[in-house]
Design a protein around this ligand. Structure first.
Ligand code: C5P
Length: 224
């Protein structure tokens, strides 16, 4: 069967990753979380006190960053490694969420991440989610989706996810973070979050995860 690229973009915490993981599992595709890559860069910058306004420092830091995804044998899911260390849990923490959009604005960071993402998707059979996947990373993707959901629903889902990992964060703080990231991501100069002209809008407000996965799988099958 022909393999395609599925690009999923949209606002923060709309269910992009969960949907993408489910779709990849049904189709036997590789799931790549591009946001995890920006989060890993942010973690490196934070740990190494990289000044994001100093282009030379940023460039030097990027040379020292190696991001890989390795499948966890127990869950069968990709986990993020930064310079050989598993950072999957660390990059989901609030202090990273609060800095990641500022780091993602930097041109040098985007150029490097986009190049790595394009390599990862070269062989097709990939579901990638992010903010610029259908517009910049894979403008020729066979299936493009743009996800949205009500902000209260998004914040509630993210709160539950964090709680499942033992992090208790108030709804207001989460909602503020989602709004602020969306604001920066949609207004930045370098590849802002916009719906690709040929993307299908998927609103997940009233859908269960299973329904979302089924809808996307059906759309994908119609392209194969
Ligand atoms: O997907 P996730 O919410 O983990 O992404 C974290 C942040 O990484 C986003 O808010 C955005 O600033 C940045 N990002 C990006 N481009 C992508 C994926 C994520 O700028 N393709």
């Amino acid at each position: 069967m022909k393999k395609i690229v599925i690009a999923i973009d949209g606002y923060s915490a709309c269910g992009k990753s969960s949907t993408a993981k489910g779709v990849a599992s049904v189709l036997g595709y590789t799931y790549i979380d591009s946001g995890a890559m920006y989060r890993a860069v942010t973690l490196y910058f934070d740990r190494n006190h990289v000044s994001i306004t100093n282009t030379q420092e940023v460039k030097k830091a990027l040379e020292n960053i190696d991001i890989t995804f390795i499948v966890n044998d127990k869950t069968g899911l990709n986990e993020t490694y930064l310079n050989g260390l598993n950072v999957e849990d660390e990059i989901r923490k609030m202090y990273i969420s609060k800095q990641v959009s500022q780091v993602s604005m930097i041109k040098e960071v985007r150029v490097e991440m986009v190049s790595q993402q394009q390599k990862l998707g070269k062989k097709k059979g990939v579901v990638m989610d992010g903010r610029d996947i259908g517009t910049v990373v894979f403008p020729d993707a066979e299936l493009k989706l743009f996800m949205d959901a009500d902000i209260y629903v998004r914040a509630g889902r993210r709160q539950q996810e964090l709680l499942d990992k033992g992090q208790m964060i108030g709804l207001e703080e989460i909602m503020e973070n989602l709004k602020e990231r969306d604001r920066i991501d949609t207004t930045r100069k370098e590849s802002p979050l916009v719906k690709a002209e040929d993307a299908t809008i998927v609103d997940t407000t009233f859908r269960t995860l299973e329904e979302q996965i089924e809808e996307v799988v059906n759309l994908a099958l119609s392209k194969i």
